[in-house]
Design a protein around this ligand. Sequence first.
Ligand SMILES: [Zn+2]
Length: 326
Amino acid sequence: MPDAIESSEAMSAASGNSKVVLQKTLKASIGCTGIGLHSGKKVAMSLNPAAPDTGIVFHRSDLEGTDRIIPARWDHVVDTRMATTIGNESGACVSTVEHLMAALAGCGIDNAIIEIDGAEVPVMDGSSAPFIFLVECAGMVEQASPRKAIKIEQPIEVGDAEKFVSATPDETFSVAFEIDFEDAAVARQHLSMRLVNGTFKTEIARARTFGFVHEVDALRKAGLALGGSLDNAVVISGDTILNGDGLRYEDEFVRHKILDCVGDLYLAGAPIIGQIDALRSGHALNNQFLISLFANEDAWSYVEMSNAAVPGVSHSWDQESELAIA
Ligand SMILES: [Zn+2]
């Protein structure tokens, strides 16, 4: 990994109190195998270091004679049914990228090449935690380029009164999410989190994807959820959680929706600085939000991140929790 350097003290020391935040990549390559949640197919995947300003890029190692490179960006999203799928002009695709993207967002990884020998990211346990474990095992290094962020400059919203995603200017990245399901085991859950300074891992990353027994037949007829099981999803039947060990968080469902939102929004290509509010959003609306954001030049600007913009971790545990992302 010749492009990754251990650190750049010159840049770190450049600006006094507001220390420049540098881009990060993995210190070494690391791999895993697993099955796709929707395809049910076994895949091998590795996370690899990449040069500054590469972004997150997927590389379909199983394809030959075609363009195998798929940038993990909002303008490469080709399907949002039940998961986020990205693709390139040659038709090469990778689906269910959101839980991995959330882990990379949570770890602050800017640049990585994701090698994968199939068309769907392995679901692992249905959360982002196994990917964070991989990143931590590989280690991270700073690179000699400042980290760019997308700062929300004006309020922007997509959706309607029933379902929406909005962003408003703020000094940090936070997500407030509300879900409202008929099923009693999920019902209405709301959580607001300030995602700075490191608690994505403890408060969001372990929240698993979830599904309803009454939807399984229809999903499988549509070729979806073929790899889904109690090993990689919370399965709900009415007011009952079928997983023997129950939930990982009391409000695991809304936490997983925040996880999905963090992952989908990391397809912006850089971290967002602003307050995200979402009601009953999913992959399609999350992507529409980014399309709308990038179509509206007045709504955002690129800024170089400095740690002066990252306040100390604050916790308020009454109605809302203010938490942190690494
Ligand atoms: Zn998910």
